[in-house]
Design a protein around this ligand. Structure first.
Ligand SMILES: Nc1ncnc2c1ncn2[C@@H]1O[C@H](COP(=O)(O)OP(=O)(O)OP(=O)(O)O)[C@@H](O)[C@H]1O
Ligand SMILES: [Mg+2]
Length: 471
């Protein structure tokens, strides 16, 4: 059991997603994650987490089975999100040493089962003959913080549903409830963007807003954040049959983004404080987004024929696949990654994925060139560096008019250091390095780099005589 605790969710977010998956499959209309605090709510670090839904609930017999590894009523089902019978127990023990499942079916009473790993360790669950036995479900009262939350969230009554409470939280990756909340809201916004219309998710009262990683869906807030819009290519739907006999459906969605899509001030690059709310998503979901039965499970930047470079953040690709193809996509029990088989890559190739990626790249290149031309013909000199925040260009940037004559006098010394590389390309490489350092660094390092970039932006503004956009 101690080993299972470390079986490896990427973070608490993926573990909590297992519980949300279960609620969605129980036809919940609303799922809440609620933090419980010690010290009458004075502390910032939660001591308990509860995932509360208003789905169909479970009877006492099913409740006990749900707690067990392998206990499921949908073994190998391919129509929904769950199929293994491992999600609930694995996810809960990955965060804490004790979990309790409370559930109520329509017209029934709340029953609960609890598994405490400390008691397990102490031999409390050993029944006769030294066999391990999970205690049966018993009628139970909900903990106070849960019943208070239910009263707030379901003022017309909570007729049925399930609550999973995790205690003894010794493996929380975020030190505060607000850190966990921020991450859950962003990542669930993407993971469940196609499913949120049927099941609303709230994290400590705050609703999760859908975020389409392709920024195409008009219902998703960030798609219409400003005047820049994602440009779609025609989606492709195909039925595939694989050698082992599996068949299923794939949907390929495509979009490309204007070069200013991640920038707040459109005359400047998406660097530092000028990066808008879309930019972290461009960065984090960079590559092919894989979605399984409507839920985003992974993003991969390498394919057998091409690797996504930084500039490819502006091309967006999603492969939606049905769970009947799980084996070919290498989906494992934790459903947080794919490992695409050669056969599927070949099918994707045959369906035109490499061509579509090249087409999107050419659209992005053309849009960048167009922007450079527009800037070159008289826009703010600071933006003459073009879209630099995003790293290596596909090809060396064309030389541009210098902002001030002073730069010319410095250029010979700089040229020697650049070893003949175009200064624009060299600057791109440097910015890309700084950006990587910043993303990889802890809070203090990230702040330090933010300060550096802000100072640099101000300095450039002073030189060019434009108003600094980073305030
Ligand atoms: N919120 C819930 N509401 C109703 N039933 C639930 C809920 N959560 C779990 N269950 C029941 O408990 C069983 C076990 O859940 P668990 O997540 O461990 O496995 P699964 O969802 O069947 O498969 P997977 O391991 O792929 O998630 C489910 O099959 C379902 O019957
Ligand atoms: Mg499950």
């Amino acid at each position: 059991m101690r080993g299972i605790r470390h079986i490896g969710y990427r973070s608490n977010v993926e573990a909590i997603a297992e519980l949300v998956d279960n609620s969605i499959q129980a036809y919940a209309q609303r799922v809440d994650l609620v933090s419980g605090f010690a010290d009458a709510g004075q502390a910032t670090r939660p001591v308990q987490l509860a995932i509360i839904d208003d789905g169909h609930g479970m009877g006492p017999g099913m409740l006990r089975l749900a707690m067990m590894w392998g206990g499921t009523h949908r073994e190998n089902d391919r129509s929904g999100l769950g199929r293994f019978g491992y999600g609930l127990p694995c996810a809960t023990v990955s965060m804490g040493r004790c979990f309790t499942i409370y559930s109520k079916v329509r017209g029934g009473k709340v029953h609960a089962v609890c598994l405490d790993l400390d008691l397990l360790d102490a031999g409390v669950y050993l029944a006769e003959g030294a066999r391990l036995s999970i205690p049966p479900a018993r009628p139970a009262a909900l903990p106070a913080f849960v019943s208070e939350a239910i009263a707030r969230m379901h003022p017309n009554g909570w007729r049925s549903g399930t609550v999973v409470v995790i205690d003894k939280l010794d493996r929380l990756h975020w030190a505060t409830a607000s850190g966990l909340r921020r991450n859950l809201i962003r990542q669930f916004g993407i993971a469940y963007h196609k499913l949120l219309a049927a099941t609303a998710i709230h994290i400590d009262g705050e609703p999760v807003q859908p975020i389409d990683p392709l920024f195409l869906s008009p219902d998703c807030a960030l798609s219409s954040l400003d005047e820049d819009r994602a440009q779609p290519l025609e989606p492709v739907t195909l039925k595939i049959g694989l050698e082992g006999g599996a068949t299923g459906e794939l949907v390929l969605r495509y979009a490309w983004l204007p070069p200013t899509f991640g920038a707040a001030d459109k005359s400047r690059d998406a660097i530092g404080l000028n990066a808008n709310a879309r930019f972290p998503i461009l960065k984090q979901y960079h590559g092919i987004v894989f979605s399984r039965n409507g839920r985003v499970v992974d993003v991969q930047s390498r394919t057998p024929w091409t690797t996504f470079i930084n500039n490819d953040r502006y091309i967006r690709v999603e492969v939606e696949f049905s769970a009947s193809l799980d084996e070919a996509f290498g989906v494992t029990t934790s459903k947080q990654q794919v490992s695409v088989s050669q056969e599927v890559w070949e099918q994707l190739q045959a369906a035109g994925l490499p061509k579509a990626i090249e087409h999107l790249r050419s659209k992005v290149r053309a849009a960048k060139a167009e922007r450079q031309r527009a800037i070159g013909t008289g826009a703010a000199p600071i933006a003459a560096g073009t879209d630099r925040g995003d790293g290596h260009p596909d090809q060396p940037a064309p030389s541009r008019p210098t902002a001030r004559g002073a730069r010319e006098s410095q250029s010979s010394a700089a040229d020697a250091r650049l070893g003949g590389v175009d200064p624009g390309t060299a600057l791109d490489a440097l910015l890309s390095r700084i950006d990587r350092r910043r993303s990889a660094g802890n809070g203090a390092i990230a702040n330090e780099y933010d300060r550096l970039m802000r100072g640099w932006a101000n300095q450039l503004s002073r030189i060019s005589g434009t108003k600094p956009a980073t305030t």
